[in-house]
Ligand binder design. Structure first.
Ligand code: ZN
Length: 363
């Protein structure tokens, strides 16, 4: 059992692996989630296929949205759905946030405030998981769920000795501090809508990968008091000049466009990370800072360096601008890495870190 502690109010990610290696299932595989239950005592129980690799996340509520907790499972859900909660639980959503993934979201009522350091997703057996929602007022909570979370074969004594937890939490406390409320950044997830961008191995789409990474970058920056505007937050069509208009109206300190690469002829041997700038000392410095953080992410994607290019969005935006290519979706190494939620999180963390270092040095 691994106790995961975190300072509240900041983003935290708790990542639990039942195996000591990261495995990526074929993207078309069925969801490993077999059943879920929230008991009237406030315990979330899950049944999955054996030795699944789950990621659990928590986000404190803001504005009129309550606290949220979600768990990502490998494998794709057939039927995304929403279920009305009861008592302190507002809604349960089962979604497909990403090709090849299943996400179970628990949204709490606005008056619920969970302590993230109390949240632990524990493997009780190779197929059973529990997360106790400590501090939840369960006074009027009735148990609800889907499927049967009990299995005939579970042997808790045997199972608990097989649990091996690896805590891979990326803590925004370890990101550089900048003056809160002073900076604004535009994050531009490339492509969207009918323009899927590159299509990689196993059908991975650039638009999905870069939107996911962009949102994660945005969360990390926001947690450090940096205002972030995304040019798109959904899978919508947005042309390049619209992106530039959004950026130039924003008076942001920097613009970062996020893309993933592809190579003609589907050469699987080509992988690597590159960051582009178009002009100026600041643009180049921004690109350098981001690239040098990105190449530190473990996984083995090669460093293809910082390059100069006339990409439309970095050429026409007025502020220092960089365009990141997080990897080749057509590459054997990168496509495997980028299909993993934990890797995308590390990439996002690195981009956020590079941006914060740039702000710190420049202002
Ligand atoms: Zn692109």
């Amino acid at each position: 059992m691994w106790l995961i502690k975190s300072k509240s109010k900041t983003w935290f990610v708790l990542v639990v692996f039942l195996l000591t290696f990261l495995n990526s299932l074929p993207l078309s595989a069925a969801s490993v989630l077999a059943a879920w239950l929230i008991t009237s005592e406030g315990v979330l129980k899950l049944r999955t296929s054996a030795n699944a690799n789950l990621n659990a996340y928590y986000q404190p509520g803001y504005k009129n949205i309550g606290d949220r907790l979600w768990i990502d499972f490998p494998g794709e859900l057939i039927q995304p759905r929403k279920l009305k909660g009861n008592g302190p639980i507002k809604e349960i959503r089962l979604g497909k946030p990403f090709v090849g993934n299943t996400r179970l979201v628990v949204e709490f009522d606005q008056n619920v405030s969970l302590n993230p350091s109390d949240l632990k997703l524990l493997g009780k057996s190779p197929t059973l998981w529990e997360l106790r929602l400590t501090g939840l007022n369960v006074f009027n909570l009735e148990s609800f769920g889907e499927g049967d979370v009990t299995t005939k074969t579970s042997n808790l004594t045997l199972a608990s000795s097989r649990n091996r937890f690896l805590n891979n939490r990326l803590n925004s406390n370890s990101l550089p501090n900048v003056e809160t409320g002073r900076f604004k950044i535009i994050i531009d997830p490339g492509h969207g809508g009918p323009d899927t961008g590159a299509i990689g191995l196993r059908g991975v789409k650039e638009t999905d990968i870069v939107l996911d990474i962009s949102k994660k970058v945005s969360r990390y920056l926001s947690s450090k008091g940096v205002a972030v505007q995304l040019t798109r937050t959904k899978d919508i069509d947005l042309d390049l000049s619209e992106r530039v208009i959004i950026a130039n109206k924003s008076y942001a300190n920097a613009f970062i466009s996020i893309h993933a690469n592809a190579v003609r002829g589907y050469r699987r041997d080509v992988s690597g990370i590159e960051t582009y700038f178009y002009r100026g000392y600041n643009g180049k410095n921004l690109a350098n800072k981001i690239q040098s953080e990105l190449v530190k992410v473990p996984g083995g994607s090669p460093d293809r360096g910082v390059r100069q290019s006339r990409f439309f969005v970095i050429k026409h935006t007025h502020m220092p601008a960089a365009l990141v290519e997080v990897g080749f979706l057509t590459g054997r190494v990168d496509s495997r890495l980028l299909s993993q939620q934990t890797y995308r999180d590390q990439i996002a963390f690195a981009i956020a870190k590079g941006i914060l270092k740039y702000l710190k040095e420049t202002y």
